[in-house]
Design a protein around this ligand. Structure first.
Ligand SMILES: [Zn+2]
Length: 75
């Protein structure tokens, strides 16, 4: 428990972004292709996911005052 994770390897921002990504993934899974407006909604969620991916990528590369995210190294 305590000491299981190295504190310097954790990043709340990254965790937050990843949890948002999980929410979007779940949303996408719940959208049935049979829904009348399903395609539009899927496209919208997929777009949001793309944006989030870009944000995560940017954060990993230089999210800490221009420096790479320390938490990204464990991936
Ligand atoms: Zn970070």
């Amino acid at each position: 428990m305590e000491g299981e994770y190295n504190e310097s390897m954790n990043c709340q921002v990254k965790d937050e972004l990843v949890s948002q990504l999980i929410v979007l993934n779940n949303k996408l899974n719940l959208l049935s292709p049979d829904l009348v407006h399903g395609d539009e909604e899927r496209a919208e969620v997929q777009q949001q996911r793309e944006n989030l991916y870009a944000e995560i990528k940017h954060h990993r590369a230089k999210g800490h005052e221009g420096k790479p995210c320390p938490a990204a190294r464990q991936v």
